[in-house]
Design a protein around this ligand. Sequence first.
Ligand code: NDP
Ligand code: GDR
Length: 361
Amino acid sequence: MKLPETKQPAANGKRALITGITGQDGSYLSELLLAKGYEVWGIVRRSSSFNTARIDHLYQDPHEQGVRLRLTYGDLSDASSLHKTLRLVEPHEVYNLGAQSHVKVSFDVPEYTGDVTALGVVRLLEAIRDLGLETKFYQASSSELYGKAVETPQTENTPFHPRSPYAAAKAYAYHITRNYRESYGLYAVNGILFNHESPRRGPTFVTRKISRAAARIRLGLQDRLYLGNLEAARDWGFAGDYVEAMWRMLQADQPDDFVIATGVPTTVRQFCEWCFAEVGLPIEWRGSGVEERGVGPDGRELVQIDPRYHRPAEVDHLQGDFSKARRVLGWEPTVTVAELSKMMAQSDLALAESESAAAER
Ligand code: NDP
Ligand code: GDR
């Protein structure tokens, strides 16, 4: 990756800066903003291996004319890199999607999670304030804030009860974003997004772990899938729909916070059944507790429970009420969770087929 040196005028004259551009949401949001004529800048962190696979299809040689996607090195744990980037880009809109975003991993690296996922936000906000930028700021808040939810469905007014170091860090991030809006009049908003998935979802999040395993088991590339809590229910939507909501939040007349969800809860168990059925391996459940097994049509045990994937504190059931977003932003989801499971299983089947073909060559 080459570091860009200069700003280029964009077709619509607007520049957006995305942290977390290499992640699932960063890639969909980049596509959306480029299609709308933005010049898109992304902060990429240094890694010993390539970490830009999700945006490689958007990459443009910085030496060409009219380049509208630009990447620069930086890190949410490094205030100087954020300051430097903001000064260079002077963005009209900042989307803070960067985070240590894995809930289970946050129990293993709680301090790092707080540094990046919580303090990274105030580093960005302070840099914006210090530079006197009139940028609009989007914070990637999360339904994990509700944790042990006190009511169902959850709205913008439901109290928070974080259940992990990740959720506690996101609670700080949520409040500091509101605080900069109230204290300094910054156009800063929280998108309280419920789980959203896609074929680009990281492979250790449960939906992708399932769709990928189902496809690989189907093609003989893997024997078995190990899961934790099958009863956890999530309100899963499609990431492509959710980045549209992020953009709409920054185009509204007033800065405000919004729940983005589908309103439909589904268990891990159900999502698993759909993905395996989609690849032609319908499963039946036998046994109970840690002895429970998902058994395939030929009697093979395809899914097993591994308590290693249980969390010290679980979030049992999330279901969002997105009526405010529908009313104010005119946003609503276009993909159901059942369609999403098919989309992900089919995509992983195609990937497994090419892996299989490559292995045979
Ligand atoms: P991903 O895990 O796919 O992407 C996270 C991004 O953050 C990656 O680009 C990652 O870089 C980057 N990142 C991690 N650590 C740092 C750091 N120290 N400095 C700079 N960048 C860093 O997450 P998603 O795309 O799924 O989610 C985007 C955001 O939305 C996250 O903040 C997440 O917590 C939040 N969120 C996600 C939801 C979901 O269901 N997907 C729901 C609600 C909120 P690298 O590629 O190098 O790892
Ligand atoms: P979540 O997503 O914690 O909701 O955070 P994840 O897919 O990791 O877990 C969802 C539920 O599935 C259960 N589960 C398993 N989870 C994983 N990862 N692996 C397993 O093997 C497994 N078995 C069962 C979990 O216990 C949990 O209940 C995601 C992230 O994208 C966050 O960044 C985001 O804020 C929230 O969604 C909204």
